[in-house]
Design a protein around this ligand. Structure first.
Ligand SMILES: *Cc1c(COP(=O)(O)O)cnc(C)c1O
Length: 374
């Protein structure tokens, strides 16, 4: 049996007709940029996630950058981010010229540590940018309490958490402005790059619409400097089709995750992140933590099971940001996660047989290596 980490075969086969017809409509209309399909998707996504406005952009990194630019965050400003995230979160802050202030995460869930965050707020803090890692929900309610009455913005990085909820409210709707990605492998994925900004503020939405389009709100008038980063109509049309199925797919992810969680409990030295908010997690990834990560991953590979490490090098130790002056040991929890985390196969269409094969091989690894009670 071969079990890939991710396969889009199942969903792309099941919705093929609908997607091809949506693509054909764009093709026939010759309406490719900033057209009807984009507006329709933006309205649908806003409605589906409980916000007033959605602005489609080229990708998740641009969504983060444009959100920061819309808040006028630049040189001299500090933006607090978790040390455990995908590199784009950090890169967006650096690219707009602001200073990223990294904060370690909780051991129990890998999400930004609120006590450490509190200590990192200074007079220069302009925004706090938590990340809903793996589809699990960062404690945005505590962050909102912390910044109440202060001139500090909340920006959610919702790239891994489409339709995740906290107290029945969708992530990506708590912040003043929020960013997400529709990279093909995300829970809601385009057939190429894509991303979006969500907000309840008309002013911020309008600003983002200008920035994504050369800084222009009226054709050929450029009041601010912007970029060229628009979600194109082909991708928007595809995303509109997929969005209809996302609630169903999200339930399937949760079911698969629940089986892993049950089966792997107490196996070897495996630990799993605690999920306080069980209903809200959308399991973009199912991760386990083990001291024997590299051996386990190699063992599974031999058994034709593909796993991935998200992510092997913590963001503060990446070469391109060496000038920030962070060093090994600065964020021990994030570093420990990077050394021990492993993401298991989880995708729509993963069969129970395949999943139980993965589980069996993990159990075999720990019994063969006599680490079962390590
Ligand atoms: C994927 C991702 C991004 C970047 O999205 P792209 O569309 O690939 O640019 C940003 N933040 C997080 C947490 C992500 O997982």
């Amino acid at each position: 049996m071969i079990v890939p980490f991710l396969s889009l075969d199942s969903i792309h086969t099941s919705i093929k007709k609908e997607v091809l017809s949506a693509i054909e409509q764009v093709y026939n209309a010759n309406d490719f940029i900033l057209g009807e399909k984009l507006t329709a998707f933006e309205e649908q996504y806003a409605k589906a996630t409980g916000v007033n406005y959605c602005v489609g952009v080229g990708n998740g990194l641009d969504a983060l950058k444009i959100a920061l630019l819309a808040l006028d965050i630049n040189k001299g400003d500090e933006v607090i981010i978790p040390a455990n995230t995908f590199f784009a979160t950090l890169q967006a802050v650096v690219l707009v010229g602001a200073k990223p202030i990294l904060v370690d995460v909780n051991q129990k869930d890998g999400l930004i540590d609120i006590d450490l965050l509190k200590k990192s707020i200074t007079s220069k803090t302009k925004a706090i940018l938590p990340v809903h890692m793996y589809g699990n929900v960062a404690d945005v309610l505590s962050i909102l309490k912390l910044i109440k009455g202060k001139e500090i913005y909340l920006i959610e990085d919702n790239a891994q958490a489409h339709l995740a909820t906290l107290k029945n409210q969708f992530t990506g709707s708590f912040g003043h402005i929020n960013a997400t990605s529709f990279y093909p492998g995300k829970n809601l994925g385009a057939l190429g790059d894509g991303g979006a900004i969500t907000t309840n503020s008309k002013e911020l939405a309008d600003k983002c619409k200008a920035i994504r389009n050369y800084g222009s709100s009226e054709k050929y008038y450029y009041d601010v400097l912007g970029e060229n980063s628009r979600l194109d109509n082909l991708q928007a049309a595809v995303l509109s089709v997929k969005l209809k199925y996302l609630p169903e797919w999200t339930l399937e992810r949760k079911k698969i995750a629940a089986i892993y969680a049950k089966e792997l409990l107490g196996i070897g030295d495996i630990s799993m992140f605690e999920i306080e908010n069980t209903v809200g997690h959308v399991y973009h990834l199912f991760t386990i933590l083990t001291e024997h990560r590299d051996q386990l991953s190699a063992f599974l590979k031999e058994k034709n099971i593909q796993t991935i490490v998200h992510y092997p090098v913590p963001i503060h130790l990446q070469k391109s940001v060496a000038n920030l002056g962070y060093k090994k040991g600065d964020f021990p929890v994030s570093e420990k996660i990077a050394n021990s985390i492993l993401s298991l196969p989880l995708f729509i269409g993963l069969t129970n047989k395949e999943q139980m094969y993965v589980v069996a091989q993990i159990k075999l690894f720990f019994s063969v290596n006599n680490l079962l009670h390590a």
